[in-house]
Design a binder for this molecule. Sequence first.
Ligand code: S3P
Length: 441
Amino acid sequence: MTFTAAPALSGSVTVPGDKSISHRSLMLSALAVGESRVEGLLEGEDVLATAAAMRAMGADIERDADGIWHIHGVGVGGLLQPEQALDMGNSGTSTRLLMGLLASHDLTATFIGDASLSKRPMARVTEPLARMGASFTTSPGDRLPLTMRGACPAVPLDYRLPVASAQVKSAILLAGLNTPGITRVVEPIPTRDHSERMLRGFGADLNVEVEADGTRIITLVGEAELKPQQIVVPGDPSSAAFPMVAALLVPGSRVTIANVGLNATRAGLIDLLREMGGSIEVINPREVGGEPVGDLVVTASALNGVEPDPARAPSMIDEYPVAFIAAALAQGRSVFRGLEELRVKESDRIATMAAGLRAIGVSVEELEDGIIIEGSGGALLAGGGSIATKLDHRIAMSFAVAGLVSRDGVTIDDMAPVATSFPTFIALLTALGAIPHPRSG
Ligand code: S3P
């Protein structure tokens, strides 16, 4: 699909439900006895993989005609042995969180995934979960396909996260749910806190202590009993990032993105874009489902290059690809560092972005832990290149945005991965007047 220079974008749009919260809604509801209801669930492939896995382990999960999801859970400790391998598709979050959940259940499960997921490291979860008593047979390099045997009872863990990862933190906390005693996770660099908020919302005895240096100490009392909930999932800030950057870059644009989650552990991109000179106004701030939410009014702006503080990385970890597109249109040079985690996402996002940016005429230098980007100062990118997305939805969407500000258009080899997180992406760009032009071949 080829994306070409767009006229000014305008209108008001919404983005689908938050992916992180959607996964956790299904998992926690599946562990609560009784009916939970979820409104605004992201109906993307990643979340549907979680739903299928929870069904395969005994939860009853249905979507009604109004789009509300109804989940009847089995209770903490009540998951059943799945009869077939759990197919996680492209979803690292499903895989790592479920490995945690199953680590304290008396069952054996095999995890499989697509070519992208099968390349991603799993030692970061198998190592702590093995300490809790689970055992794993992995493919070389601690990768999928992988078979695990849960331990029941598991042993509570006191663990300091060696990598800033909400998936690892969540895997351990979820394992702690069915583990007698206190599971403790020490998080030196804060990451998204949806698991903590939601576990508490479901009635778990969870406490968070913040030390003077910002280190978070999370304790969870095991053998928890979760109570069914009514959940409203806010719009995903990681999906809102694409129309947000598009509206800043396409001259004359003014776009409202309604109902966007603004949890501070997720809002780093907004801070960064504002620092670059972007006009992003939050209106109607409110709370939805225990999360801060607002509507964003984004107006096209001239941007300046930046050298963002690496400490910000966890709060915008999934937004770097599109932030690199913003930097490519900024005035001057941007230097991004401290981003080694980007190398183990759905693709190696430093390498994939560097190759793609070069292919469309941007001058970049790839670093081991980041990238240096020379901005065009607002001039259209050359374009003309073709982008290899490597089964990575955010690479596809980032370069689609780049196409909207390119002279010769940007061709994306494969838009199919977008269905993992943002099935309405093309419809949303069309609604804003960006109107991409599909071309065959
Ligand atoms: C997620 C955590 C992040 C993020 C991913 C979703 C989560 O991964 O990149 O898209 O829902 O916990 P890491 O834990 O690997 O940083």
